[in-house]
Design a protein around this ligand. Structure first.
Ligand SMILES: Cc1cc2nc3c(=O)[nH]c(=O)nc-3n(C[C@H](O)[C@H](O)[C@H](O)COP(=O)(O)OP(=O)(O)OC[C@H]3O[C@@H](n4cnc5c(N)ncnc54)[C@H](O)[C@@H]3O)c2cc1C
Length: 314
């Protein structure tokens, strides 16, 4: 099937497939005796901590062709899943047009880890700190289903992750950060003025922020991660809003119900109180030894409300 002979280690066998189809086939052949491995940085910590057993077969995705590039396509920025976090972080286009993703990556581990760790591995882990930022930009994922490349929203991918029988089927190839009307315009003229589709130009304010709260300032696992992105009209009405939360072992989620409740509303004190109360009701983080669910909820609510308050300059 056109793949290299595996390297023999004491254990396990490492396969180096060159196509997604070959990688997929190996996973079908060895099933639960195998794992896909990209940078291996998260897997190693699991093996070393005894959270997971070292499997008999490692399917190395770094040799799959075409997944180590980042390029501007017609509909958005395409990021190969094998791009290292460090290479993503230093990409000028990503920094300029999707700054929350760059900021999220900046907060992950330390440079030595970021050189090995991949963006694909961060997303495929389901709990990576880049995920809330990617959710706020409506990221789509390209994945291989055994027959063809499929595209689906990151929100759906995270949902599939909660179904164990499907979770193993996923072979992530690339990520797409789509250009929105506002980003396309911004990319063209970099101004805070957007075309509102009704033959007139109106003043809009775009805002966005990503925060990671850990137990230390730097080089720390996350307790809460939060991303917020939106547009405000000059009369203070919210035109567009994305809110995504995660952190620790919690699979990040978009608070789409809350987004629907507040889009089109005036950002005032009453709205901020509503947002705060609803985050406490809607956000359901996992607790662990480091922080309770209640602490995580309150922290997330404070971050999001503070960012909305700053955006509206109340
Ligand atoms: C010291 C240290 C600090 C860290 N700090 C952070 C942190 O602050 N924030 C954070 O988010 N992470 C952190 N990590 C975890 C890890 O480095 C990152 O999540 C990293 O992005 C994982 O990428 P990887 O390529 O190394 O993934 P791997 O370890 O290779 O794989 C991770 C998981 O994803 C699966 N997988 C990988 N690629 C694919 C694919 N293309 N398709 C399907 N499944 C795939 C693997 O089977 C595995 O289950 C840290 C790790 C270390 C060692």
């Amino acid at each position: 099937m056109g793949m290299n002979v595996p390297e023999t280690m004491a254990s396990p066998l490492v396969w180096h497939p060159q196509t997604a189809a070959d990688a997929w086939q190996l996973k079908q052949n060895y099933a639960t005796d195998s794992v896909y491995i990209s940078g291996g940085t998260l897997l190693r910590t699991h093996w070393e901590a005894g959270i997971a057993a070292l499997p008999k077969h490692l399917i190395d995705l770094s040799t799959v062709r075409g997944l180590k590039e980042i390029r501007v396509g017609e509909t958005g920025l395409l990021i190969g899943g094998q791009m290292s976090l460090q290479a993503c972080r230093t990409n000028a286009f990503l920094q300029r047009h999707f700054p929350m993703v760059s900021e999220a990556i900046r907060t992950i581990a330390a440079p030595s880890v970021r050189h090995l760790a991949t963006i694909g591995g961060n997303v495929a882990s389901n709990i990576g700190d880049s995920v809330p930022a990617l959710l706020a930009y409506d990221a789509e994922l390209l994945w291989y289903d055994g027959n063809a490349e499929q595209q689906l929203p990151l929100t759906e991918w995270l949902h599939i992750a909660s179904v164990p029988s499907l979770a193993n089927e996923r072979l992530l190839l690339s990520l797409l950060l789509p250009f929105k009307e506002t980003e396309e315009q911004a990319a063209r003229d970099d101004a805070d003025v957007v075309f509102d589709g009704k033959d007139s130009i109106s003043k809009m304010k775009r805002f966005g922020a990503y925060h990671k709260v850990g137990r230390r300032e730097a080089f720390t696992p996350s307790v809460v991660t939060a991303a917020i992105k939106g547009t405000l009209a000059d009369d203070g009405v919210l035109q567009e809003i994305r809110i995504a939360l995660g952190g620790g072992q919690t699979v990040p989620q978009r608070l789409d119900q809350l987004e629907k409740e507040i889009v089109g509303a005036l950002v005032d004190g009453q709205l901020l109180q509503h947002v705060y109360d609803r985050i406490l009701q809607l956000y359901d983080p996992r607790e662990d030894l480091f922080a309770s669910a209640a602490y995580r909820r309150t922290t997330a609510a404070n971050i999001i409300v503070a960012e909305l308050w700053k955006a509206a300059r109340l």
